[in-house]
Design a protein around this ligand. Sequence first.
Ligand code: SF4
Length: 94
Amino acid sequence: MSDARDVFRLCACCPSPCRRAIPADTAPQVETVTPSALSMIALAVIDGELDFDAPVRRALSRTEAARHCRAVCTYGLDVAGTVEAFVAARTVAS
Ligand code: SF4
């Protein structure tokens, strides 16, 4: 799956079975840093429902927890990497 929107759309609707891979002491254990939450935010930016402003960029920069999910993603997605590439591309374009 190469299109970022497709990745974010799938992940945003996923019940996050990958959360078990996030070590309790590695990252804040809050809902907003899960791959699914990051995907929802990115999807809202793509669809024009959220501005790509400083609070959104800050939220999307919190990929530490999501990186732990890469190895166990049910769909084989690298959501953290996709979010990081999305932010980098948007930052260059803005
Ligand atoms: S990273 Fe994979 S397993 Fe985790 S919420 Fe997204 S799609 Fe689901």
